[in-house]
Design a binder for this molecule. Structure first.
Ligand SMILES: Nc1ncnc2c1ncn2[C@@H]1O[C@H](COP(=O)(O)OP(=O)(O)OP(=O)(O)O)[C@@H](O)[C@H]1O
Length: 184
């Protein structure tokens, strides 16, 4: 039976909420983890299926992506960084962090990136409606989903501290790792 010695954690949220900032700090504090930015991973593993001109973004072939990432998740210790979250196999995911940012703060971050107004509006609407948290609830058990504020750099520090402390608890609860098989 294959096991993972470290948990897999999804860091998700509307674009600009701070997924990459959190993932990078977690890996700095806990170097046994690997940060996988799904946009980069999809590019490296040829998982794109066309380009959305309107949104100016690549369309990901989710089946291909799942096939490519599954062996990585089976090894454990992956921090998945992506706005979509419910396509990763539930049996391989231990914690889902949904980052939330106040509208005004998010607007400033996206505006600073030079996003078109339509793209800013789309992302702010996504945040207001809680689309990403809803998606997480559809894909995973409620007890592994945690919503955290990401408005300030102090939030990043305290969130990362909380996540590292959760990892320590997970490790003591799973001295032999977690099973990669589906539990029935
Ligand atoms: N909690 C925070 N406090 C202050 N600044 C933040 C915070 N979170 C993110 N930022 C800033 O907002 C910008 C976007 O952050 P980041 O790239 O981490 O977001 P993201 O969710 O990974 O975005 P994307 O989905 O587009 O990759 C960066 O300039 C980052 O420094």
């Amino acid at each position: 039976m294959s096991t993972r010695p470290l948990p897999n954690i999804i860091i998700t949220g509307t674009p600009g909420t701070g997924k990459t900032s959190h993932a990078e700090l977690i890996v700095k504090e806990a170097p046994a983890f690997r940060h996988i930015n799904i946009t980069d991973f999809a590019k490296e593993n040829d998982c794109f299926d066309g380009y959305d001109e309107e949104r100016k973004s690549h369309i990901v072939d989710e089946d291909k992506l799942c096939d490519a990432i599954e062996p990585e998740l089976e090894k454990g210790g992956v921090i998945v960084d992506w706005h979509a979250n419910d396509l990763f196999p539930e049996r391989l995911i231990d914690l889902v962090i949904v980052l939330k940012t106040d509208n005004g703060v998010l607007f400033d971050r996206l505006n600073k990136r030079g996003y078109a107004q339509s793209k800013i509006d789309e992302n702010i609407d996504c945040e207001i409606m809680g689309i990403i948290a809803q998606e997480a609830r559809e894909g995973y058990q409620p007890e592994i989903i945690v919503e955290l504020d990401s408005n300030t750099t102090d939030d990043i520090d305290s969130n990362v501290e909380r996540i590292i402390s959760w990892v320590d608890t997970w490790k003591s609860d799973h001295p032999n790792g977690a099973s990669n098989e589906l539990s029935v």
